[in-house]
Design a protein around this ligand. Sequence first.
Ligand code: M6R
Length: 610
Amino acid sequence: MCGIVGCTGSMPVKKVLVEGLKRLEYRGYDSAGVAIQQDGALEVVHRVGKVAGLESELACRDLRGTCGIGHTRWATHGRPSTVNAHPHASCDGRIAVVHNGIIENFAELREQLQARGHVFASETDTEVLAHLLEEAYAECPGDLLTALRRALQHVIGAYGVAAVCADEPGVIACARKDSPIVVGRGKDASYVASDIIALIDATRDVVVLEDGQLARLTPESITYFDERGREIEPEITHVDWDVDLAEKGGYPDFMLKEIHEQPRVVRDTLAGRMVGGELSIDELGLSYEELNLIDRVYVIACGTSYHAGLIAKNLIERWARIPTEVEVASEFRYRNPIITPSTLVVAVSQSGETADTLAAIRDARIRGAKVFGITNVVGSPVARESDGVIYTKANKEIAVASTKSFLGQVVSLTLLALLLAQTKGRLTTAQVRLLFRELGDTAEQIERILHDTEAIDEAAYACKDAASALFVGRGIGSAICYEGALKLKEISYLHAEAYAAGEMKHGPIALIDDGFPVIAVATESPVYDKLVSNLKECEARGALIVAIATEGDEEIKKIARHVIYVPKVRDCFTPITASVPLQLFARAIALLRGCDVDQPRNLAKSVTVE
Ligand code: M6R
């Protein structure tokens, strides 16, 4: 979603802001802009579309200023347009702000500000901040930080915000509440951003502001404050990513690079988990006794992470025999779930900052549940607000469509299911060890799938012009189908739905006619024969069947026009192997349809608004 960068130093800042905004492009956005201090005034430039467009416009301008802020906007309040793009300025144009998050009481604030004579240029919630700041600054001229702190006292909602003022050369003030802000010192400059990735060219030592904290940046130093304006000593986080992680590493797009990283994700997620022959997840934050008491599990998540939860339900109930519900966080948070002290809530989120998932975590904790987070981002709000956390070791995921982080989630949830089964005594130590070893073997099996993708490309070519597609499976296979369908629709804009195959004749089969694509997860399983019967019914009506099947299955060729083989694994591990060809299938169709696979339209990498 929206992204913030800012820099103050001794060199012209225009290029730094553009490069920072480019690093944030992966989050998804529809417009971009900058505000740069120049000759005692602020130059604000913004435009709809990609950062490249903003870059061309800036190239034509003689901007030498050494302090500025920039933003990529993903529209929430007001359509994508130049006037709605950030930065937003005060009436006198001497203060400019960029903001991530949502100001919930903006309508009321806007009315009050208008009544006091402020004139608004945009439809955004953010603009109230510029006007509030203008009023607050008049009360404490020369102290932008204090003005920002006071202005924010009127605001209800979430914000990561950075501001500059023409009257304070070289100063950036920033603050956060429920929307990340990171700050760091480079060689000769100070930087702020909403995401570490925008800073890694400049520094590896960053401060992730806590809720309520503020920072004042100058070219020489950064000073930190709490919400009452008292100076504080922040904790510095060292980031040890390689810059290459943020690059494509020779792949045509991030999505393909990330799909190819999946064998490593499996290995890294499992590393160090088997200690002295016993499965161990120390970060769980729960004692053996607490784990043993668990009698109900909720998995809460959104999108792809929710689909990882569907797989977890199957495994936790299968192995640990604990009733497990999976629920989208946006529903969970608004109903009255049955939670007791022996309920474990597992919150799954790649970004660790999805607004609905965070709200659901808070609600679950208030109701007395233990909350366990599974996230890819160290120190993210989901990690900080959970009782324990597993990090998925996927490393930074850039493509909007989750692939490697999904796999990391599935592997982590599989470990959790095994641990619960081990604790409850439902699986013997020997069974857990065997399953753990086979789980590890999937890394090599994925490598084999990635090695030969011809059948996937052929199937994609056959389906590329369809208007719609159905993904069907049974048992754990149906859970994989939900993810396959989401992947296809989000990056190729081809409508797709997933169904448990047994449901076909209760309605969806009416859709089938000549050439209608039915993608089946038809790997070896106890319900394989049932699935084949369902597929025969589709085939009889002309469906174009693409089957993901187990190597050696020749029978399936009688009904499927395209067969994509995956190595033979135990049924419980098919989510790991079968999801890889489905990711590649979606990507191949998206490319054939001319879509941008890394940045699909209307989508954001991190959904920080409700
Ligand atoms: O960061 P999260 O895992 O909480 O994000 C949840 C969804 O927004 C995310 O999985 C989304 O569905 C992706 N675009 C899927 O590829």
